[in-house]
Design a protein around this ligand. Structure first.
Ligand code: A2P
Ligand code: MG
Ligand code: MG
Ligand code: MG
Length: 311
């Protein structure tokens, strides 16, 4: 058992678990038995990958950290059979070799809330847009997103049959973010990324008022934050109440650890304590730097903001 502090062990275990979930997600797609259930909303599906991925993550974390409060997107389906090889006790050495920032050295189990999105971008997964999909494990301390794991199971899938699939991006505030190449977005452009499957009039208007030179309509909150981190987009603008805490907690922590900023479209910080409402009613706005964030905030019209209650 590692003697590292609790938060570092939790992140290290989450990174190892995310790799396992990546295998589960890819295996289910390979078999082609997605078991799609329509949850009733607009483009709101659940597949066997969502169900199995969540069981793997929750069972593993619960085994290692029984006193930590865990929330997952999918409702329990009564199937509590978790195959033994889905219980991941391993802790990533990539994480454990780092020193946890001193401000988190004494974090206790009861300070932590974990928000789990076993598959973000499910609509795109069912449509074969595989690189839009991520596995999200977000860790909040006293209500603030402080660490996150964003695993992309199909990273590299267009690179040919021999390419190794998948990558894990993770971060802790005060330590940094790892697993990708940080890059600034191109000068002279204003590339905005937003939803492709959950658009509304307000979503379109908010993007237009931010004067984009290009609009990247892609799936997944995790995926869009990766585009911002890697300089492929200047901002992620989503003026809709569709995202929930498990969609933003991990991406927010990774982005903040890399120097960026993610809030609702009013500029309010999200809260992630155990009693918060699940829905991010105020939408999402993310930029690669703190400075860039204000420009977008100022360009989203008040009448659009008025349709989205503060989170
Ligand atoms: N109207 C909505 N109903 C259900 N889920 C939504 C909605 N809007 C956004 N989401 C969730 O937020 C993610 C980011 O939104 P989008 O892909 O539209 O940009 C979606 O992949 C989905 O997560 P999930 O796929 O985990 O259910
Ligand atoms: Mg969903
Ligand atoms: Mg999601
Ligand atoms: Mg999901």
């Amino acid at each position: 058992m590692s003697s590292a502090p609790l938060l570092l062990r939790l992140v290290a275990n989450s990174v190892s678990i995310s790799h396992r979930v990546g295998n589960i997600v890819r295996d289910i797609m390979k078999k082609g038995e997605l078991g799609i259930i329509d949850k009733g909303g607009k483009n709101d599906f659940q597949t066997e990958a969502d169900r199995s991925g969540q069981r793997c993550i929750l069972a593993s974390l619960h085994r290692m950290f029984p006193k930590v409060c865990l929330f997952g997107e999918e409702e329990e389906d009564g199937n509590d059979q978790v195959p033994a090889d889905w219980i991941v006790g391993e802790m990533s050495e990539d994480v454990l070799r780092h020193k946890l920032p001193a401000q988190y050295a004494n974090v206790k189990d009861e300070d932590i809330t974990v928000w789990v999105d076993p598959l973000d971008g499910t609509a795109e997964y069912t449509q074969g847009l595989l690189d839009h999909v991520t596995v999200l494990i977000g860790i909040a301390v006293k209500g603030e997103a402080v660490a996150g794991v964003v695993y992309q199971p199909y990273f590299n899938y267009q690179a040919g049959a021999d390419a190794a699939l998948g990558r894990c991006i993770w971060g802790i505030i005060g330590l940094g973010s790892f697993g990708f190449e940080p890059k600034s977005p191109p000068e002279g452009k204003n590339i905005i990324t937003t939803t492709r499957s959950h658009g509304t009039r307000a979503v379109v208007e908010a993007v237009e008022k931010c004067e984009p030179t290009d609009v990247l309509r892609v799936g997944g909150a995790g995926h869009k934050v990766l585009l911002v981190l890697e300089g492929k987009a200047h901002a992620y603008v989503f003026a809709s109440p569709g995202c929930k805490k498990w969609d933003t907690c991990a991406p927010e922590a990774v982005l903040h650890a890399a120097g960026g900023k993610l809030t609702d479209i009013h500029g309010n910080k999200f809260q992630y304590g155990p009693t918060v409402q699940r829905r991010n009613t105020g939408g999402v706005l993310a930029t690669p730097t703190v400075e860039a964030h204000k420009w977008y905030l100022d360009h989203i019209p008040q009448d659009v903001k008025d349709t989205l209650p503060r989170s």
